[in-house]
Design a protein around this ligand. Structure first.
Ligand code: CDP
Length: 220
């Protein structure tokens, strides 16, 4: 029997891929993998365990020891609800710093593959199309200009009651873009065969509609 279909949605930070990916999954009744959350979990756990972000081998050994579970939109680490704790800018930067290590990336592969279940999966991240699900039936590279992304992130944080400065966010995301794109292991890139969706001037609904249309065309 063939494997469940995968829609891979990759893109830079704050491109809106998480929102679009989860809505596409909802519309299709598919499972959803937020792979960035896994790197954020490792960031949080390593901070708690006092492991430095530059220590790839030790971080790689930490991953299999973590008890990670997802329930609806909540994420648990060793039984504790960390859904909010992993969303800070600090944890995002830490995640991006430790995501450069092949040991960390390798340790997360099986866990990511385990999300591939019927009737299908929408997976978002940086290397969903290039490394984790190279046989995805649809590959989307979702992006927007740096200023549009900084503004979106700003609104997100303010809506959550978290104070933020637009200039700082812009600088953080440019730093993260540079690191995610230039690293040796699974860099952020437009995978072979991926369709590029520029969302600076698109609403969430329009972006979701486009991905659903592409998916219909891909399977017919
Ligand atoms: O929310 P945002 O797009 O800023 O980040 P995220 O998707 O939650 O991912 C946090 C960090 O994890 C990113 O900056 C990447 O460095 C890393 N990551 C990765 O290397 N590979 C993935 N498949 C997903 C995230």
């Amino acid at each position: 029997m063939s494997l469940p279909p995968v829609i891979a949605i990759d893109g830079p930070t704050a491109s809106g891929k998480g929102t679009v990916a989860s809505l596409v999954a909802q519309q299709l009744g598919f499972h959803y993998l937020d792979s960035g959350a896994l790197y954020r979990l490792v960031a949080l756990a390593s901070e708690k365990h006092g492991i430095e972000v530059k220590n790839g081998p030790e971080l790689g050994l930490l991953v299999p020891k973590l008890l990670i579970s997802f329930k609806n939109s909540q994420i648990f680490l060793d039984g504790e609800d960390v859904s909010e704790a992993i969303r800070t800018e600090n944890i995002g930067l830490r995640a991006s710093a430790l995501a450069i290590h092949p040991e960390v990336r390798l340790a997360l592969v099986d866990l990511q593959h385990s999300f591939r279940q019927f009737p299908g999966l929408v997976a978002d991240g940086r290397d969903m199309a290039s490394v984790i699900f190279p046989d995805a039936v649809l590959k989307v590279f979702l992006t927007a200009t740096a200023s549009a992304r900084a503004e979106r992130r700003y609104k997100q944080l303010i809506a959550k009651g978290i104070s933020a400065k637009l200039e700082d966010l812009l600088q953080d995301l440019q730093e993260r873009d540079a690191r995610d794109s230039s690293r040796g292991a699974a860099p952020l890139m437009i995978a072979d065969g991926a369709k590029v969706l520029e969302t600076s001037d698109l609403s969430i609904d329009q972006a979701v509609r486009e991905v659903l249309d592409w998916y219909q065309s891909a399977i017919t």
